[in-house]
Design a binder for this molecule. Sequence first.
Ligand SMILES: Nc1ncnc2c1ncn2[C@@H]1O[C@H](COP(=O)(O)OP(=O)(O)OP(=O)(O)O)[C@@H](O)[C@H]1O
Length: 298
Amino acid sequence: MNAVITTQQLTKRYRAATAVDAVDLVVPEGVVYGFLGPNGSGKSTTMKMLLGLTQPTSGEIEIFSQPLTRASRGRLVPHIGSMIESPPGYGHLTGEENLRIVQHMLDLPSGQVEEALRTVRLTEHRNKLVRNYSLGMKQRLGIAMALVRRPALLVLDEPTNGLDPAGIEEIRDLLVRLSRQGITVMVSSHLLDEIDKMADVLGILSAGRMIFQGTRDALFDHSVPDLMITTTQPDRVLQQVSGTRTAEGVTVSGLGREQAARLIKDLAVADVPIYEARRTQQRLEDVFMDLTGRGGLL
Ligand SMILES: Nc1ncnc2c1ncn2[C@@H]1O[C@H](COP(=O)(O)OP(=O)(O)OP(=O)(O)O)[C@@H](O)[C@H]1O
């Protein structure tokens, strides 16, 4: 699979602070790439560098396999639709008028405005003033403004920010639909559960460092879910391992496969009645906390 975006050791420093620290990013073609991280971890700064809106302190960026430079930016950017920070659009104009401005600026065929309106399901609200749009409609208009140019790549910074669950669902469905049509979508969020539902590939930033990049399955492989042991004799389990007492028995954290096998064997040999030993279901959020809590690089 070709990569649409790659970076090497991408770094941005603001005086003493390093906002983005030696990030190697790979966004494969045609995926939804979920760019995750807590507030202030460097997502927006990274995206701005990818769009040529802010200059890296050091490191390389390739978009569509071409180095992003001052000279190439003008050639590459027309193929990228983006929405960074709050949704764009003039409140005193209608949704369609806002799109027409983009259409004229980029000298695009008129039909692409109708197409973008249809794609984000705003056709029936095209003549409404944007200041009367709901936040979800404004976000969708922002995405439509990014789509008018029929981009090969969409870069969206927190497009679900502030939306209610229905609005989030709508954006999520839209982005998945766009990626099925062949558009590569890079979308940032600090809402881990959100990204989990739409992203094929995850990149996780913590304090400017990429602490994980890969598929969701690979992320879960890296994590060690809690082991829940059901027993009527929790004290005897706790003599062998440190853990937390629960209604059913004991929960043990951070135990790898081999260690879990050894514990279960030891408990059986000691004749401790074990009715069940199973791993908890981890949500992405748990894995993420685990990772950032440990602070290590994978
Ligand atoms: N223009 C700037 N000057 C100085 N520091 C900046 C500037 N822009 C960002 N930073 C700092 O860089 C760090 C990363 O910020 P950034 O906005 O990229 O994070 P983020 O992950 O997008 O967070 P959020 O979700 O809150 O937008 C923060 O510590 C921020 O204060």
